[in-house]
Design a protein around this ligand. Structure first.
Ligand code: DGP
Ligand code: NA
Ligand code: NA
Length: 260
């Protein structure tokens, strides 16, 4: 069935701090909305969740955490947006529920995501952590296939199990983006931009290491854009590649998992 395979695109923006990701995400959203596409703006870390608040306090130097521990918190922050839990219905169908992210995409909504797992690996490996160790929590957590809270009538459980079997085993890992837009800026140039230095990682020497880590992660899904060009030029270039990607996904390009 061709039509039901049509979906939104998963598009990620990556780059050093102050490379212009947030501004360009906003511009992409209004561009796609102007063309009547269904589109949402996401960002990682999402500082609004409980985990996100711990990350935010760490970034503001208000708390100290072991490098491994903070790496796992950043990853957990992506996993918590991967799955839907039906806590309000007194039952939890984890993993076999379509993910929050996957659901949006399958319903035809394109997601423009400001940072994703690549930031996770680039920033933690820049501290000296092993790159494969950094990738591991992004690739696939072991989780229960089904957890049912038993305080509901058996008939309801039966219908949930039936639903679960029909949905089939979904992807175990985080979703791979259809397109990674890398906003390329020399660390020295980024440091000259306003607001720099406010958070933990915004230090020139460290950002130089992040660039090297990003270079290792680069693959065919990446598109590098010169972030030193005037804002309007960056905007134009992004619009072109994004439109192309959205069209391909509309035609039913299958979803895939990150680093699998
Ligand atoms: P932002 O809100 O985009 O300015 O990101 C906050 C900072 O956190 C920024 O310096 C990049 C860094 N960062 C983003 N995601 C991750 C991650 O998954 N792991 C680590 N270690 N750092 C990250
Ligand atoms: Na930042
Ligand atoms: Na940003």
């Amino acid at each position: 069935n061709h039509k039901s395979d049509s979906r939104g695109a998963l598009i990620v923006l990556e780059g050093l701090d102050r490379s212009g990701k947030t501004l360009q995400s906003r511009k992409l959203i209004s561009y796609l909305e102007g063309l009547s596409y269904s589109v949402e703006s996401w960002r990682f870390p999402d500082r609004n969740t409980g985990v996100g608040q711990m990350i935010s306090s760490y970034l503001a130097n208000k708390s100290e955490l072991d490098d491994h521990a903070i790496h796992l918190l950043f990853s957990a922050n992506r996993w918590e947006k991967r799955f839907v839990s039906m806590s309000h219905a007194l039952c939890y169908v984890l993993l076999l529920q379509r993910s929050l992210m996957e659901n949006k995409l399958r319903c035809g909504t394109t997601l423009i995501v400001d940072r994703y797992s690549f930031s996770g690996v680039a920033f933690s490996s820049a501290k000296g952590l092993d790159i494969e160790w950094c990738k591991a929590p992004e690739m696939g957590l072991l989780a229960p296939d089904l957890v049912l809270y038993l305080d509901i009538p058996p008939e309801v459980i039966c219908s949930i199990i039936k639903f679960v079997v029909e949905v089939k085993a979904p992807e175990m890992g985080l979703l791979a983006p259809d397109l990674v837009l890398y906003l390329d800026i020399p660390p020295e140039k980024a440091a000259e931009r306003g607001g720099y230095g406010g958070e933990r990682y915004e230090q020139l020497e460290f950002q130089r290491k992040v660039v090297r880590s990003y270079q290792i992660l680069h693959d065919a899904s990446w598109k590098t854009i010169d972030a030193c060009l005037p804002i309007e030029d960056v905007e134009k270039q992004l619009q072109e590649v994004v439109l192309d990607c959205v069209t391909t996904c509309q035609k039913g390009k299958p979803l895939s998992q990150l680093w699998s």
